[in-house]
Design a protein around this ligand. Structure first.
Ligand SMILES: C[S@@+](CC[C@H](N)C(=O)[O-])C[C@H]1O[C@@H](n2cnc3c(N)ncnc32)[C@H](O)[C@@H]1O
Length: 285
């Protein structure tokens, strides 16, 4: 009988583990609880096998020598990132967006005759959150003469590429309300669906490392969704990034975080709006 060839996950000494955790946190903010350390070991294992390297130290040198955009770092990153997402993932946040925030913003904004809202999905994974913002806007605007510019940003270039293509498998669109499926998706012959061209045209996918949010060049935003991203970051990085995202808002613009991401935290210049199960802040002014 043939025995399957198995290779065990790399054992990391405490010092090696500390070096990896520091490098990863510095470059992208991710931290690993004890329960998630296996994700790190699996990712290292996969990449070391692909490179034909047996020593974690050699692999560390290969990754740390290059910079943030280095090809090997980007491949390791792809193995480390949790990309889980879905359309309208946190229903209560999208309900508040549609029922309260977007109608209010449409009453408020009249800049030089151009009625355009800017919405940003920061940490958009493979695009579903950015397209959900575009759909929520289109459904709310209806026949009104408003348009939206939606930005989807992520650290992972492969995620962004999938977002740009806008093609999803049936199970990835199963939660989408039927009316949105009919209006904004079209079936392709191979069983997948594609986001309608008009909606894709309203969404731009661009790389952004949230650690650099303060210097990211975008026009002032009306709505920012940053959900299920900061949850993996250290508390001080979370606060700093949430604060920087708040500074990217126009007055009265709103920042939506995941419900458990920064509960009870005060952010300068932002007022928390009391909403059950929804963590939303409005920029003062
Ligand atoms: C779990 S997904 C959440 C996707 C979406 N926001 C949602 O709620 O469904 C987390 C995303 O955050 C991205 N991410 C992690 N660290 C990041 C960073 N430093 N800068 C930008 N994006 C990051 C990952 O690539 C991944 O796509």
């Amino acid at each position: 009988m043939l025995a399957a060839k198995t290779t065990s996950l790399p054992e990391l000494t405490a010092a090696e583990q500390a070096l990896w955790l520091e490098l990863i946190r510095q470059r992208c903010g991710l931290t690993f609880s004890d329960g998630r350390l296996r994700v790190l070991r699996l990712a290292l294992h996969g990449r070391m096998m692909s490179r034909g390297l047996a020593s974690c130290t050699d692999y560390y040198h290969a990754v740390s020598r290059g910079g943030n955009g280095d090809a090997e770092w980007l491949l390791l990153l792809d193995a480390l990132l949790n990309k889980e997402t879905s359309f309208f993932r946190h229903g209560p946040s999208f309900a508040v967006l549609r029922e309260t925030i977007l109608p209010e913003l449409m009453r408020l904004r009249y800049p030089q005759g151009e009625r355009c809202l800017h919405l940003w999905s920061a940490g958009c994974s493979t695009g579903q959150e950015a397209y959900s913002l575009a759909m929520a806007f289109a459904e709310t605007a209806g026949a009104r003469a408003w348009k939206a510019r939606v930005t989807g940003s992520d650290l992972s270039l492969s995620n962004l590429e999938r977002g740009r293509r806008g093609r999803y498998k049936p199970y990835e669109v199963r939660e989408l309300p039927a009316v949105c499926g009919e209006r904004y998706l079209r079936a392709l012959g191979d069983g997948t669906v594609e986001v309608a061209a008009a909606l894709r045209a309203a969404v731009e996918f661009r790389p952004c490392n949230l650690l650099d949010a303060a210097t990211y060049e975008l026009p002032p935003q009306d709505v920012i969704f940053c959900q299920n991203v900061l949850i993996y970051f250290a508390a001080d990085d979370r606060r700093r990034i949430a604060h920087q995202l708040g500074a990217c808002l126009r007055p009265s613009g709103c920042l939506f975080l995941g419900p458990a991401e920064l509960v009870g935290t005060r952010l300068p210049g932002l007022e928390p709006l009391a909403r059950n199960d929804v963590l939303v802040y409005r920029r003062n002014g």
